[in-house]
Ligand binder design. Structure first.
Ligand SMILES: *[C@@H]1O[C@H](CO)[C@@H](O)[C@H](O)[C@H]1NC(C)=O
Ligand SMILES: *[C@@H]1O[C@H](CO)[C@@H](O)[C@H](O)[C@H]1NC(C)=O
Ligand SMILES: *[C@@H]1O[C@H](CO)[C@@H](O)[C@H](O)[C@H]1NC(C)=O
Ligand SMILES: CC(=O)N[C@H]1CO[C@H](CO)[C@@H](O)[C@@H]1O
Length: 604
């Protein structure tokens, strides 16, 4: 039921109906609180609804109503600090009016005009705020260095940060980069880099033409690389550049086969080719992977073949499967096949491989399929895994489940309950496995290990009304970003970025919802508090102020209309899309950025 109420959230009608008055604010926060308490009810649905309303409610300034998004910090609606607008001067223009009724609209506009990066969380390594010596940054704050910049990628560790600029250069900062001067600095330049993966002490960067570079995190190692790294490395040293790097040579690439993607854990990396093959490699200089995360049974430090120890090896068990995505946690790996099957390998001590309890095996050294069909048995739904994510000791899966008539022919009550019109209906679900003691499973529980995937209910079974097709559509996830103990998700659908000078003055822009959950001891969730959170929640607006919640902004450049002209000097080779999302929170910090999405061959 609540799902269908959610369906109304994106419609202009809903927006207009929700003019700032007290009543809806109260009602909604109560409703939300009760659905949280009910546990089994669609708490997420209600949350989503509230989230959707945020845009409309901003004028009322009732933003505090949002904080109850966790079970731990259930805010009493009565305590919600409802502030009313002081009598403001009459808005002079349509844009002023929009800014006034919606801080979402304002935020979308700001993100177009002043792109940049917001970071928060642990600052012990001068990562979240290189210019400050505070040990933690409690709420989103801009990293000044990136003001005005659109980035291609960014990854944060507790002691170092790495980003790729619009031009494809690598920028590094943090104390592990340089204790003396942790400020951001360009290091590897001119390689047209598009994507980053970080390990304990090395950065892997993927160039647009498919070259994979391995760069030491430490600036002094970069300077004296040839000396510090023993002879086995030297034969691969490339000609000197500002930062010493190695090219990772992928053996036996086929004709027309390139590198599509990279992912990394603390000690290992996965490399995906455009033909769906997967290679794994050691990626840290301090420890050789020993928990099966390479996916090659029998491959250890002592049995490894001659040559550079970080040479990639093809995972032969996956040969013949068309792998489209790879993901890596600290010590485990996931690979997603086009047909929707997922393979897991590596460390399983927290249950991060998702197997139901059969026997205790601390790790699995070759890929094994995770049977989601078993998990959906008896639901009259056929599951297909659509994306994977991993970080720390956790794994995440998004699944599309399609309603079908009972295949078994047995007495399956759910079929009897499903009217014919529901056949073919698609539900988008999100599942988590692994360590849950910090709340990173997002399932409302604090558990040490999982004995199989657990559904993140607030991110599952959501629907909304699609104005264009005039139908109810599932709300999917656009992206997941997984840190060591915390995670963030950007919801996929229904954003509004089309407000123009000719459309109604109530036609406002808004972005996609961003939710955060998990470990928070370094303030990495951005809530301003330190308590861990075990269910997805919104955080306050960027830059403080009168706003409601976290939204990502997604827009094609042609859709930008505002007082100040947005930047036009976008890299013409990039699809001119700007996104804001939390990405690359490898350790205890988070970032939200406005960035460029590149069209790579693999996406076509
Ligand atoms: C890829 O680009 C880099 C510089 O951008 C160049 O050094 C390298 O040779 C190129 N590799 C291939 C295979 O084209
Ligand atoms: C993975 O770990 C969980 C929790 O320890 C355990 O129940 C399960 O049997 C393990 N699975 C495998 C395949 O070893
Ligand atoms: C993850 O698992 C490893 C061992 O497999 C353990 O050393 C580490 O503390 C765990 N990390 C978290 C965040 O649970
Ligand atoms: C990612 C996603 O779910 N996108 C959907 C959003 O809604 C449109 C229709 O308006 C669909 O076509 C997209 O597939």
């Amino acid at each position: 039921m609540s799902a269908f109420k959610v369906a109304m959230r994106g419609t202009p009608l809903a927006c207009r109906a929700l003019r700032p008055t007290t009543t809806p604010v109260r009602l909604q926060s109560l409703r939300y609180a009760s659905s949280q308490g009910g546990g089994k009810k669609q708490g997420g649905g209600a949350g989503k609804f509230l989230g959707g309303m945020a845009a409309a409610l901003l004028g009322a300034g009732a933003f505090v109503a949002f904080w109850p998004a966790t079970q731990k910090e259930v805010a009493k609606p009565a305590q919600a600090r409802i502030e009313y607008e002081k009598a403001r001067p009459r808005p002079e223009s349509k844009e002023d009016n929009r800014d006034l009724i919606s801080s979402q609209h304002l935020q979308v506009k700001k993100s177009w005009e002043d792109p940049g990066v917001y970071a928060w969380g642990s600052n012990e390594g001068r990562v979240a705020a290189p210019d400050l010596t505070d040990s933690a940054i409690k709420t989103p704050r801009r990293i000044k260095y990136f003001d005005g910049q659109l980035l291609r990628d960014i990854k944060l560790d507790r002691e170092f940060g790495a980003a790729i600029t619009e031009k494809g250069d690598l920028v590094q900062w943090g104390t592990a980069f340089s204790k003396e001067d942790p400020q951001p600095k360009p290091t590897l330049k001119g390689k047209d880099l598009t994507k980053l993966a970080i390990s304990r002490d090395r950065i892997l960067a993927l160039g647009k033409n498919g070259t994979v570079y391995s760069i030491p995190v430490s600036g002094s190692d970069q300077a004296s690389a040839a000396k510090t790294e023993s002879s086995s490395w030297t034969s691969f040293w490339s000609s000197p550049s500002s930062a010493s790097y190695r090219k990772i040579q992928i053996p036996s690439l086929g004709w027309g086969e390139g590198i599509a993607d990279i992912a990394s854990g603390l000690e290992h990396a996965l490399i995906l080719t455009t033909k769906g093959r997967v290679f794994s490699a050691a990626s840290s200089t301090s420890d050789y992977p020993s928990k099966g995360q390479l996916g090659i049974p029998g491959l250890t430090w002592t049995t490894r073949p001659q040559g550079p120890y970080d040479a990639p090896h093809e995972i032969s068990t996956l040969k013949g499967f068309n792998i489209i995505q790879v993901a890596a946690g600290d010590f485990h790996s996931l690979a997603l096949e086009k047909a929707g099957r997922v393979f897991v390998f590596g460390d399983n001590t927290s249950g991060q491989l998702g197997f139901e309890a059969e026997r205790e095996i601390p790790y699995v050294d070759g890929p094994i399929p995770l049977p989601f069909s078993k998990i959906y048995a008896g639901t009259a739904q056929v599951p297909r895994v659509t994306s994977i994510g991993a970080g720390g000791n956790n794994s995440f899966f998004t699944v599309e489940a399609t309603k079908v008539a009972s295949q078994s022919g047995q007495s399956d009550t759910s079929v009897a309950l499903a009217p014919a019109r529901d056949l073919g209906r698609v539900t988008a679900d999100t599942w988590a496995t692994g360590a849950g003691i910090y709340g990173s499973l997002g399932n409302g529980k604090w558990t040490h290990v999982t004995l199989g995937p657990t559904k993140i209910k607030p991110l599952s079974g959501l629907y909304e009304w699609d104005e264009h097709t005039k139908s109810i559509v599932p709300i999917r996830l656009a992206r997941l970003s997984i840190g060591t103990t915390h995670a963030a998700a950007v919801m996929a659908n229904e954003t509004s970025v089309g407000a123009t000078t000719t459309s109604s003055e109530n036609d406002i822009n808004w972005g996609a919802d961003v939710l955060f959950w998990g470990g928070n001891e370094h303030y990495q969730l951005g809530t301003g508090k330190r308590n861990n959170v075990n269910t997805p929640m919104y955080i306050g607006p960027l830059d403080g102020g009168l706003g409601m919640n976290s939204r990502a902004v997604r827009v094609r450049s042609t859709g930008c209309r505002s007082h100040r002209e947005p930047r036009h000097d976008l890299d013409p080779t990039a699809r001119a899309e700007r996104l804001a999302w939390n990405r690359g929170s490898s350790a205890d910090a988070s970032s939200l950025l406005f960035t460029l999405e590149h069209e790579t061959d693999s996406e076509k």
